[in-house]
Design a protein around this ligand. Structure first.
Ligand code: NAP
Length: 311
């Protein structure tokens, strides 16, 4: 088959966020032949985070770009190979794992899945049409386009609050629209948001539609308590209504929960021998950079033990 690589790696890691980069650092340092496949930028969600305040070792915080760069540099130091491709399918040939991208096919003895999550879509009229024309899922990428504007941020979790606070650097005013009357996000972000004069809140409200011409002009909002529907003018909407795991490509191969999060034991092992999951894509209580890093190390060490057991 054209483009097919016949080499069998000891370890393939899918996903170059903190979990995958840590796994790669550990396996390549353990002298296991390692390939890391990443579809976009190394660092994953860190690359779209302005300031990271809760990763130990950086008392003043560190920018997402810088932490991504440092983790990538460290992971590559011990000989890990990398490619920028999107994995579309994983299958099994006895105990060899076959990883297909659009361009190529790779084989390995151990597979570590660390593909993280992506922003959930609201699935409302106008969301697709106006993506990139006023609808955004990334404040650090798009915030500067909204200088002196009036925008809305949808959601009540850490993403909505941290991104809203970041956006106050640019906008004149923003309204956080949340479907309940209590926020889900961490208390320190709530305090900062409540204290920021540019941040307003619209409670018990859901966005039903996004309208505009060549760009977003207004949103239709329903109050879930009163049933009242109103249209508001806005220059843009940032949507942060949670995350969904990026695990579609391995559906049917490993066990997952109903939400698509991969089920593992505490050593990050899935139900398939030689396939591990690390970071946000696996079912776990907390999803942070610190927990992804811990998973990456655990999965790599467990992978090494698995390979030793095969000899
Ligand atoms: P999240 O914690 O799941 O919050 C999603 C928010 O969107 C919730 O407030 C939820 O409302 C709302 N929502 C969900 N579906 C909705 C819908 N269909 N319509 C309207 N609203 C909807 O997601 P997240 O904020 O993206 O955070 C994901 C994870 O990353 C969390 O573990 C978070 O702690 C972490 N994170 C951490 C940081 C940090 O520490 N700096 C920053 C960003 C994210 P309800 O509250 O009513 O469910």
């Amino acid at each position: 088959m054209e483009g097919t690589k016949r080499k069998t790696y000891e370890v393939i890691i899918i996903g170059g966020g903190p979990g995958g980069l840590t796994a790669g650092l550990y396996t390549s340092r353990a002298r296991l032949s390692t390939l890391l496949i990443e579809s976009a930028l190394f660092g994953g969600q860190m690359t779209t985070t302005e300031l990271i305040e809760n990763y130990p070792g950086f008392p003043q915080g560190i920018t997402g770009d810088e932490l991504s760069r440092l983790m990538e540099e460290q992971a590559k130091r011990f000989g890990m190979e990398t490619v920028t491709q999107e994995v579309v399918r994983v299958s099994l040939e006895r105990d060899i794992k076959v990883v297909e991208t659009h361009e190529s096919t790779y084989r390995c003895e151990v597979l570590i899945i660390s593909t993280g999550t992506e922003y959930r879509k609201l699935g409302i009229p106008g969301e697709k049409e106006f993506a990139g024309k006023g609808i955004s899922y990334c404040a650090t990428c798009d915030g500067a386009f909204f200088q002196d504007s009036r925008i809305v941020v949808v959601g009540g979790g850490d993403s909505a609050l941290t991104e809203a606070l970041f956006l106050t650097k640019f906008v004149k005013e923003l309204t956080v629209i949340h479907r309940r009357d209590a926020l889900r996000g961490t208390k320190i972000y709530q305090e900062r948001a409540f204290a920021n004069p540019k941040v307003k809140f619209l409670w018990n409200s859901i966005v039903q539609e996004i309208k505009g011409d060549s760009v977003v002009r207004s949103i239709v909002v329903k109050n879930v308590k009163t049933g009242e529907v109103k249209e508001f003018e806005t220059d843009g909407a940032f949507l942060f209504v949670g995350m969904v795991p990026r695990t579609q490509f391995i559906k049917g191969v490993v066990q997952m929960d109903d939400g698509g999060y991969i089920l593992t034991n505490e050593d990050c092992e899935t139900n398939v021998k030689g396939i591990f999951a690390a970071g946000d894509c696996r079912k776990r209580l907390l999803r942070q950079i610190a927990t992804a890093v811990g998973d990456g190390a655990t999965a790599a060490f467990a992978a090494e033990k698995y390979l030793e057991g095969k000899e």
